[in-house]
Design a protein around this ligand. Structure first.
Ligand code: HEM
Length: 160
């Protein structure tokens, strides 16, 4: 009889414990979307009714609500459908600056970039994903500098 009790207790405990383990590994509610350059290009505002996306510092924002700035024929349309980090940092619409490359930017430009990133993009627009090049190197190997826990969208490592 005592052995039966022990078995019942064992089964009850293991069920409780396994439920606990399951809760810890609850999946993230939203999958992370990675954009290649080609994918991001589709959201350049040229098609009426389609969302408009733009990346700054490798973070892809849905800027559709800023249509008057970014839509077709709008003044800053050149910035969308791509990562325009350099253009934002330099406040430039020069085609040569429509890139994620931050090489040679001054301290002041980097500061300005961060303040626009925080104050405008993160505040005003939803994040829809990340550029693939932010996470993977060109040869497909992981970008060791990318830290999920530092990303604006993620509070804890497990969410990634
Ligand atoms: C003579 C030069 C410029 C003037 C007078 C000007 C003026 C303005 C004004 C009045 C706004 C609207 C702010 C608001 O209503 O929230 C704006 C927004 C903006 N400007 Fe300019 N701008 C100039 C040049 C540039 C250049 C060269 C860039 C290149 C990156 C740029 C990037 C932006 C962006 C990205 C926004 C929209 C930010 C958002 O999404 O809210 N501007 N600008």
């Amino acid at each position: 009889m005592a052995t039966v009790h022990i078995w019942v207790l064992f089964i009850v405990f293991s069920t409780v414990l396994s439920d606990d383990v399951k809760l810890k590994y609850k999946p993230a509610t939203k999958p992370v979307r990675l954009f290649t350059e080609e994918e991001l290009e589709k959201y350049d505002g040229s098609e009426e009714g389609q969302p408009i996306y733009m990346a700054v510092k490798g973070v892809v924002f849905d800027v559709t609500r800023g249509k008057e700035f970014y839509g077709k024929d709008a003044p800053y349309n050149a910035l969308v459908g791509k990562d325009s980090t350099r253009a934002v940092a330099k406040m430039s619409l020069d085609p040569a600056d429509l890139t994620s490359d931050t090489t040679g930017l001054t301290e002041e430009q980097l500061k300005s970039l961060d303040s626009i990133f925080e104050g405008t993009y993160k505040t005003k627009y939803p994040i829809v994903g990340y550029t693939a090049s932010r996470i993977l190197n060109e040869d497909g190997s992981p970008n060791e500098d990318f830290k999920p826990e530092d990303q604006p969208h993620f509070q804890i490592k497990d969410e990634f």
